[in-house]
Design a binder for this molecule. Structure first.
Ligand code: SF4
Length: 349
């Protein structure tokens, strides 16, 4: 059994841009453009980035809601890039997804019991066992078994998301894709859902792909984190390493925008201006480094030369010319981004 449960290689998802009377294809939105990562069994990988960075498109492509334009996805050693409908049904007994909006994910005309019965029935659980399984599932997600008689409009946002999680784990999947599972919820409820997910992961030996725009959330959730911007991974590292020493100017900007609650936390924040401006349209991706229109360190080479991921330490990589010795001259006169990264690991006096 390989250590990697999911392997994504050079994944591309392009959407055609059509225009004119005959709706001819005049270009492509490169929503996901050459993304690679692995997730090991039992671990959590976080994909973070602003909306429009391609995170959710990756999730929907993995689970077959969208087809890949290029690249490959391997789950448990099997190529799942291009599956038939029946093969997708099989896949979804092993890979489940929890969506951002807990309300639209539930049928308003079905009680909780009716909702949770569907996957159990599809899995062949006999009728007589289903109620006890549903009661068990509700207890697992810390809801009163009496909630099974309620309709979605009788539940809070947090309770609805617990039902969505119960439905996802009801068929005992191996991989859960969590697409902004807490962003529609109050902060106090978010913490409870994150704790619940943590407990379930331990209990069921689950593997998580955790997608969020909220960097502060991933620190206690994910072993490794990949930072997305305009369809590409800009940095990936062990999560603790990423927080202690972010290497990419975009990661530094994201971290500098996290609200802090103490002087100690303030002292560890990257000393970089906050991110300004909106993420450019994926229909019109900047040339060279995609981040150059917002990067405080950008030089001429950033506008022209595409950037590969460069190794920055034993475990991490950053898509930035600053880490390419061949471009050392181009950054002679800009503040040292490496120093900005190191600031985080050195407490201020
Ligand atoms: Fe900034 Fe240039 Fe690095 Fe891109 S390559 S992140 S523009 S310094």
């Amino acid at each position: 059994m390989s250590e990697s449960l999911l392997e994504v290689r050079n994944l591309e998802k392009y959407f055609p841009i059509k225009s004119g009377l005959f709706q001819r294809t005049t270009g492509h939105v490169k929503a996901v453009d050459g993304v690679s990562f692995d997730i090991n069994r039992g671990e959590t990988l976080a994909l973070i980035g602003e909306s429009g960075s391609g995170k959710s498109t990756i999730a929907e492509t993995i689970i077959g809601l969208k087809s890949a334009t290029g690249g490959s996805i391997t789950f448990d050693g099997e190529d799942i890039t291009d599956l038939s409908e029946s093969e997708l049904e099989d896949l979804r007994t092993k890979v489940q997804m929890v969506f951002q909006d807990p309300t639209s994910s539930l049928n308003p005309r079905r009680t909780v019991e009716q909702t949770l019965e569907v996957p159990l029935k599809a899995r062949g659980v006999p009728r007589g066992e289903r109620v006890s399984r549903i009661v068990d599932l509700l207890e697992r997600v810390e809801l009163n078994p009496e909630h099974r008689h309620r309709y979605p409009h009788e539940l809070s946002g947090g309770q609805k998301q617990r039902i969505n999680i119960a439905r996802a784990i009801s068929i005992e999947p191996e991989l859960l894709i969590l697409d902004e599972p807490t962003s529609a919820l109050d902060v106090s409820v978010q913490a409870k859902i994150v704790r619940l997910l943590d407990d379930l992961q331990e209990e069921f030996d689950l593997t998580y792909l955790f997608i969020t725009h909220d960097l502060s959330l991933v620190r206690n959730v994910a072993e490794r984190t990949a930072v997305m911007y305009l369809g590409q991974i800009q940095e990936r590292a062990q999560t603790e390493q990423l927080f202690e020493q972010p290497h990419h100017p975009y990661t530094q900007a994201l971290l500098s925008a996290i609200p802090v609650t103490s002087d100690d936390e303030e002292a560890y924040k990257p000393q970089q201006d906050r991110l300004e401006g909106e993420i450019p349209s994926p229909e019109n991706v900047p040339t060279g480094c995609r981040f150059h229109t917002r990067c405080p360190y950008a030089t001429d080479v950033c506008e022209t030369d595409q950037v590969p991921l460069h190794a920055v330490d034993d475990h991490g990589e950053a898509r930035c010319h600053i880490y390419d010795p061949e471009h050392a001259d181009a950054f002679e006169n800009v503040p040292d981004v490496k120093t900005a990264a190191a600031v985080r690991s050195t407490p201020h006096e």
